[in-house]
Design a protein around this ligand. Structure first.
Ligand code: SF4
Length: 359
């Protein structure tokens, strides 16, 4: 069931907008896919004045439980071991996060063979294949695994299915670290499916013993289409125990989908290598946004994108610190978007404990 929250006393948005710029800003909440409600902070009625420019701030957005845990893992490792903790790959796919951790003393490398023998290395939220652990062990490294538990769940499924003699059709993007990690659990059993069209091409040894798994950050709609096509070819196709596309990916896509049609433009804060951020742009466009753009931060907003627009949606990928979203909203307010609305159809309460070795 959808919940409606208002920016203010129970704010999901971190700063009371009236204090952000001192501008005469109205604040409202909206329900899923619906029209604005009567404002609860005073101000005019929920009907948008044609001359009023509106920002729709979408939630859930930003850090998911897995990203929160991964960043906290590096910070805790730095507290315990001091500067010089190595991190294999970007801990999460956001350049601002990586820069902030580097400034605190984290050293980012691509592979464990770049880590001096005996040193501490953190594995990123996207997970690693068994071969990476073996290589770390061979170098005598002390590793701390920040793999998101929801990615670990997919790894375990891959191992279980392969052990049961199933062929696994893994839906995901070639070269993405998460896919490389999952693939490495059972390379002999896994076939990669990148696009719905691949469903017609993939070859399997035994159509009666086929299962599918997916990357956690894919488009919900496209994955559903891919699975439907696979099932047409392989009616005995086995589903995962539970949905691999994680709750955070689904919630962020669902929330932006509900407001996209109302928006002349949607700004998605996130890095280009962040799968879930890129998917939010695609979902917004598919759902009817006039335009949608991926930006690392406020400095990448092209004024031409918002010229002549009345309603701009703002959201962010699961690896994005919220201060970057706040910067974007503040900039929009300065550009005359004085009507600030929050769309918050669902609360997220999931948290993950830190890895045992650093609790
Ligand atoms: S997006 Fe999902 S799978 Fe990825 S780190 Fe966040 S919670 Fe985990």
């Amino acid at each position: 069931m959808s919940t409606v929250r208002t920016i203010g006393a129970q704010a999901h948005f971190p700063v009371h907008p009236g204090r952000m710029t001192g501008m005469d800003t109205t604040v409202r909440s909206i329900v899923a896919g619906g029209d604005p409600q009567t404002p609860t902070h005073g101000g005019p009625s929920g009907v948008q004045d044609p001359d009023t420019r509106r920002v729709v701030v979408v939630s859930p957005r930003g850090y998911c439980a897995g990203v929160d845990r991964a960043i906290a893992t590096v910070e805790r490792a730095l507290e315990i071991h001091g500067p010089g903790v190595y991190v294999r790959k970007e801990i999460v796919h956001n350049k601002h996060v990586v820069t902030a951790l580097r400034d605190k003393g984290a050293i980012f490398v691509d592979e464990v063979d770049e880590v001096p023998e005996g040193h501490v290395v953190v594995f990123s939220a996207h997970g690693v294949s068994p071969a990476v652990r073996t290589a770390a062990q061979a170098r005598g490294l002390v590793w701390i695994d920040a793999t998101c538990p929801l990615v670990t769940k997919v790894h375990k499924e891959a191992k279980r299915l392969a052990a049961a003699g199933m062929e696994i059709l893994l839906i995901g993007h070639a070269g993405h670290e998460e896919v490389e990690g999952t693939y490495g659990e059972a390379p002999e059993a896994i076939r990669l499916i990148e696009h719905p069209a691949d469903a017609a091409l993939v070859e399997v040894n035994d159509p009666d013993h086929v299962a599918w798994l997916s990357q956690t950050t894919l488009s919900v709609d496209e994955t559903r289409e891919t699975v439907a096509r696979l099932r047409q070819r392989f009616p005995a196709l086995v589903d995962p125990h539970s949905d691999d596309i994680c709750y955070a990916t689904q919630n962020r896509q669902s929330a932006v989908r509900q407001v996209a049609e109302q928006c002349d433009c949607v700004l998605v804060v996130g890095s280009a290598n962040s799968s879930n951020s890129v998917r939010l742009v695609e979902v917004a466009l598919d759902a009817g946004a006039g335009a949608a753009y991926l930006i690392d931060d406020v400095n990448q907003i092209d004024p031409a994108w918002i010229a002549g627009t009345h309603t701009v949606g703002v959201t962010s990928g699961a690896s994005v610190p919220d201060h970057l979203v706040l910067d974007v909203v503040t900039r929009l307010q300065a550009c005359g978007f004085t009507d600030l609305v929050e769309h918050h159809p669902i609360d997220e309460t999931l948290t993950f404990a830190l890895p045992p070795s650093i609790r």
